[in-house]
Design a protein around this ligand. Structure first.
Ligand code: SF4
Ligand code: SF4
Length: 138
């Protein structure tokens, strides 16, 4: 199992804040990829009121977070949103921003944001389309 790697300053390395009380939403592709690993969507997902599929928390931690060794159990196949975090897409401002909850946010350069923004925007468009069209698989 690969250790969780945060590419930033590690200031929340004892408990990964982005895996605590997560509201990470998943695409159909994310879910299919994780199920190939032997997990069942009924166990790791919950449906939001808006029709999105988000990761379920257990005792305040993501279903896949292992507090005993501070790792993500599905690190190699984790949802795309987890890969891009803390870079997120702000729907109101219509641009990529660094999530205010990440304690390492000041270490992320504009260049870093610019490089992945088109992928983050595309991910959000997919999530919204699947939720609006009733295609969310949870
Ligand atoms: S899937 Fe992994 S990286 Fe994503 S929130 Fe859960 S434990 Fe953290
Ligand atoms: S919240 Fe930020 S600093 Fe903490 S693990 Fe996630 S990306 Fe790294």
């Amino acid at each position: 199992m690969a250790p969780f790697q945060c590419n930033h300053d590690g200031s929340c390395s004892s408990v990964m804040l982005c895996c605590t009380d997560t509201e990470m939403t998943l695409t159909r592709k994310d879910i299919d990829r994780i199920e190939v690993e032997g997990y069942s969507r009924e166990d790791f997902l919950q449906r939001t009121e808006d029709g999105f599929c988000e990761l379920r928390n257990v005792d305040g931690l993501c279903y896949f977070y292992d507090p005993s060794n501070q790792t993500c159990r599905i690190y190699e196949t984790r949802p795309d949103g987890c890969r891009f975090y803390p870079i997120v897409y702000d729907m109101k401002k219509r641009k990529c921003v660094v999530d205010a909850d990440c304690p390492s946010r000041s270490t992320i350069s504009r260049d870093e944001i610019r490089k992945v923004c088109h992928k983050v925007r595309s991910l959000v468009e997919t999530l919204v389309r699947e939720a609006r069209n009733g295609e969310s698989p949870c």
